[in-house]
Design a protein around this ligand. Structure first.
Ligand SMILES: [Cu+2]
Length: 758
């Protein structure tokens, strides 16, 4: 660990400043004069705390005053210019119709699941065109698994794919159809639609489906009370590296009773060049549209429907054996919420969703086409729902219980024509399989003291899986193939201590259980990995178990009485030990089925490991200074060990440090990010990993609002045109001009973005 990293840690561990508070307020519900607790208090748009159980809050104001905002979910926000004073000022909030999407983070620092992280600057401060996955690069602890510029999967603390419970709008899921993951959930939504990303850093809640490593909730925009009337926006963006174009238009009409919103977007990305000017096959086109309608029967009762479709065409995947010809997805979700009930039952939440993904890929533009013409036509259906009841049996207790269900079914074939003989073969990609998960959960929150809250949750999942149309060799390998039932128990206990609005400490344990996904169960001699091995699924895998322990603290300290300047810090340390961790291991008793003369001869078969663990931390510290400046440094580190094979677990991102400095005014902002990614030599040899060198990248961004409603943004990404690749990048696969080396990331990229809102 070098000096830069030590500096970050030292900053974090700096002691407390004591500062006198010179403004007191109390927040009430305008309708009944009942104090409103847990209202967000913001000064000059920066959060400085929450109101307590009596609606009270105390803050430190600069002598010249500041803009105070009080906001709470379910109420219209109040804004006022305030100056230091002795008397307690009263604020009255007007009730607004409830919204549905922000399910996980309800805006309650004491009641929220532990270790939530929320980022929501995308709409406000967007200055460049993006992919959804790009949104994650700004979040400490995240890394990206790249196969080119399109099919990008987020990785958090070296957990990825189904180890992360990725959903949007609090539970809607759309699972990929492709065995090579050309179409992960991040390709079915567009970044301009995402208002914020909510993250729970481990299996610390049982309310959002079976969770192994963490929950990622992508929240799409919903109109709130300030958006009543007819509004819309158009935006367009350009990237120099690849000559890529992005455009989107949105229109919405909202009243107290109903809201309706429609959006349409088009993206046309070219092949990007790496730092050496080498063109990487990565172009794609996609068209998206969505319609969302909500109806408020009463201020306490809302029904919402959301329909969206996305059409991807001609997607080049540098790191996969084929390219996408067509990828069409349709997602429908229905949400219902009834709140404000009298008696013990307070709120009912219900959700239903359905998604269908149609995927066609081929090797028409690849070297292997000379021998074999291969086309795969595959599809995936995901359907599910949830009902949850919120109960308040006593003043100090809150209780959530309900059930959720998810069904995933996939089918489709690969057709191969051997060019020399024109003989045709059909391979079953998914063998007509399904996995059903029915979950039952209960989670309670109990106020041990005024400042301490205990959360405990228990979850049972019944997982039913079946391979309905097995290939003959697969059935021969697993002669007992039958419908299979698994019974999984997950649990969590955590303690949250919030002595004041400047400090939070959390301690948590979670046991997350994940039954094998469909690739791990049913794939039959397909190259689905980062290497050139054939993989064979294993329908008898045990569910993998994550026992995770975590301690975290965060806080903020005012730096002076004359300004809103402050120091803020947060850190989390975790340790996970795994039972039955699932990895694919070379099996010398099996031999290659397709192209039998190629290397490697022995396929990999998915297996359970006995002993594996992971540990790491995220730390961040920053100062807001001179009113408009901010500086933040962040550090994320993961160490993983597969004790069975005495090597690292695969896909562990290297130590990452970043420094961000920014100047932010209402109508002008500029920032620089400097990211240092260290060398990764803790690798998984059995996974085909090699040591990855470190690299340093600088990005510059500038945004300006020249006229009301118009935002212009320009950015220079990878300013120094560094040639580099991340440890999680796939290698070139089946490409005429490239050997099997890791794919380089984009070189310098100049971007421009325009947005007009009304
Ligand atoms: Cu595919």
């Amino acid at each position: 660990m070098n000096a830069k990293h030590l500096m970050v840690i030292t900053c974090t561990l700096l002691g407390h400043w004591i500062s006198a508070q010179n403004f007191k307020g109390q927040v009430f519900n305008q309708k009944n004069n009942v104090p409103v607790q847990e209202a967000h208090i913001l000064l000059n748009n920066k959060p400085v705390g929450h109101s307590d159980a009596d609606g009270y809050f105390e803050i430190t104001l600069p002598v010249k005053g500041a803009d105070l905002t009080i906001s709470h979910i379910g109420y219209e926000s109040v804004e006022k210019r305030v100056t230091p004073q002795k008397k307690v000022e009263s604020f009255y909030l007007k009730e607004a119709p409830i919204s549905i999407s922000g399910v996980i983070v309800s805006g309650n620092s004491k009641m929220d699941p532990v270790f939530t992280l929320e980022t929501n600057d995308y709409v406000k401060k967007i200055v460049q065109p993006r992919n959804v996955a790009d949104l994650f690069t700004d979040v400490n602890g995240f890394a990206l698994i790249k196969r080119g510029n399109y099919a990008i999967d987020p990785s958090f603390r070296a957990s990825q794919y189904e180890q992360l419970n990725v959903q949007f709008d609090g539970g809607t899921k759309a699972m990929h159809a492709c065995p090579n993951r050309m179409d992960p959930i991040t390709t079915h939504v567009i970044p301009e639609e995402i208002e914020k990303i909510e993250i729970i850093k481990g299996p610390y809640t049982v309310r959002y489906g079976a969770t192994f490593g963490g929950i990622v909730n992508l929240v799409t925009t919903v109109p709130d009370a300030s958006d009543y009337g007819l509004h819309g926006s158009v935006h367009g963006g350009y990237e120099s590296n690849g000559g890529s174009l992005v455009s989107m238009a949105r229109l919405q009409q909202a009243t107290e009773k109903y809201d309706i919103m429609g959006n349409i977007g088009f993206r046309d990305f070219g092949n990007y060049e790496d730092g050496d000017g080498i063109e990487i096959p990565s172009s794609f086109r996609s068209l998206d549209y969505g319609l969302k309608a909500g109806y408020n029967f009463t201020p306490n009762q809302r029904l919402q429907a959301h329909w969206r479709q996305s059409f991807g065409r001609d997607v080049l995947h540098a790191g996969l054996p084929m390219d996408t010809d067509l990828d069409d997805s349709s997602i429908l979700s229905l949400d219902y919420r009834l709140t404000g009930l009298q008696g013990m039952l307070k709120t009912i939440d219900a959700k239903l969703y359905y998604s269908y993904v149609d995927h066609i890929m081929s090797n028409a533009n690849r070297p292997s086409f000379m021998m074999t013409d291969a086309v795969s036509k595959i599809n995936a259906t995901t359907a599910g729902g949830k009902i949850e009841f919120k109960l308040k049996p006593s003043e100090k207790t809150m209780f959530f219980t309900g059930l959720d269900a998810m069904h995933i079914a996939r089918d489709g074939n690969r057709t191969r024509i051997i060019q020399s003989s024109m003989m045709e073969f059909t391979d079953k990609v998914w063998q007509d399989s399904y996995i059903n998960d029915l979950g039952l959960f209960a989670e309670g929150k109990y106020n041990l003291t005024q400042n301490t809250i205990l959360t405990a949750g228990l979850r049972y999942d019944l997982v039913v899986s079946e391979i309905r149309d097995p290939e003959a060799d697969f059935a021969a390998l697993y002669p007992d193939l039958d419908k299979r039932n698994e019974h999984n128990l997950s649990s969590t206990v955590s303690l949250k201590y919030v002595p004041n609005n400047q400090f939070i400490m959390e301690l948590a344990y979670g046991r997350g259980v994940r039954s094998a996904n469909m690739i791990e169960r049913v794939i039959n001699h397909f190259t689905v990995g980062q290497d050139s091995y054939e993989y064979i699924g294993n329908p008898n895998l045990d569910a993998e178990v994550n026992n995770q322990f975590e301690i975290g603290f965060s806080g903020r300290l005012p730096l002076s009485q004359n300004s809103t300047d402050h120091f803020n810090y947060s850190s989390s340390f975790y340790y996970s030990f795994y039972d039955n961790y699932i990895v694919a291991v070379i099996d010398e008793s099996q031999t290659r089925k397709f192209m039998p003369t190629s290397e490697p001869v022995n396929p990999k078969v998915f297996r359970n490991l006995n002993k594996a663990y992971k540990t790491g931390f995220e730390i961040s510290a920053g100062v807001d200074f001179l009113n408009d400046f901010n500086f933040t440094s962040e550090l994320a580190y993961v160490y993983a060990k597969n004790k069975d094979l005495n090597e690292s677990l695969p896909l562990v991102p290297p130590l990452t440090t970043s420094f961000k400095i920014g100047f932010e005014k209402e109508k002008f902002w500029v920032n620089a990010t400097y990211r240092i990614t260290s060398k990764q030599d803790n690798i998984s040899l059995s996974f085909g990993e090699t040591t990855t060198p470190g690299y340093e990248i600088m990005d510059l961004r500038l945004g300006v609002v020249p006229y009301k409603n118009l935002t212009l943004g320009v950015a220079a990404l990878n300013v120094f045109d560094e040639t580099y690749y991340n440890h999680l990048n796939f290698s070139f696969n089946n490409q005429a001009d490239f050997t099997r080396t890791p794919i380089n990331d984009p070189g310098r990229n100049l971007t421009a973005f325009v947005q007009y809102k009304f």
